[in-house]
Design a protein around this ligand. Structure first.
Ligand SMILES: O=P(O)(O)OC[C@H]1O[C@H](OP(=O)(O)OP(=O)(O)O)[C@H](O)[C@@H]1O
Ligand code: HPA
Length: 185
């Protein structure tokens, strides 16, 4: 498939910046203190959900100053599109999860199917406690479980397609230095 880089560039130029780098970093630092209060003495295993969770998890980890292990899982539902389908496991957890405290970190809680499925997987694998942290919670009434929330939430956003800070538009702009909303979506 050929990609129209002029279109990709135009999308960035026309997008609305919802949160600047400084605002996102501030939210991540606040989350790090909240997470530290709850998990500092629990030897947690922290998972980034690839690909979107990479930037958030990487930044978060550098603010967590206590013993932990970190790794990744790869599950996807959107596959470079702007609406979700069935969850596909590309890489399930490689660690032994039995009796562990798990923190799953992801970029966005949108409809919530991705996070719910990963949490269920970890519980079924015998984890003692499974907690979640998301950089941004998209506000709408289409959550997989009504009222679904993450244990730790950085920011909230309106019901628009967003990208940046790990989140993609058609596979691009995960590197955008803030959180942006697509024009007209
Ligand atoms: O709450 P949901 O509606 O389930 O959507 C959230 C998930 O969707 C995105 O992943 P995606 O499947 O697009 O893969 P990616 O991380 O590679 O972008 C995002 O990174 C979350 O993992
Ligand atoms: O709004 C979004 N942007 C990027 N990735 C996503 N995955 C679910 N929702 C979104």
């Amino acid at each position: 498939m050929s990609i129209d880089l002029d279109h990709i560039q135009q999308v960035f130029e026309e997008a609305d910046c919802l949160y600047t780098r400084e605002e996102v970093d501030g939210a991540i630092r606040r989350m790090a203190s909240e997470i530290t209060e709850v998990l500092a003495d629990k030897n947690p295993l922290v998972f980034a959900v690839m690909n979107g969770g990479l930037v958030f998890c990487g930044k978060l980890l550098t603010h967590l100053h206590f013993p932990l292990e970190s790794s990744y899982v790869h599950a996807t539902r959107y596959r470079n599109t702007t609406s979700g389908g069935d969850l596909e496991w590309k890489v399930p957890p490689a660690h032994e999860l039995k009796d562990r405290t798990i923190l799953i970190t992801d970029d966005i809680l949108d409809e919530g199917h991705t996070l719910a499925a990963i949490v269920d997987y970890c519980r079924e694998a015998g984890a003692k406690e499974v907690m979640t942290a998301v950089m941004v919670d998209k506000l709408h009434d289409r959550k997989a479980k009504p009222g679904q929330k993450s244990d730790f939430t950085g920011l909230e956003c309106e019901d628009r397609y967003i990208f940046g800070y790990g989140m993609d538009y058609q596979g691009y702009w995960r590197n955008a230095p803030g959180i942006y909303a697509l024009k007209g979506h």
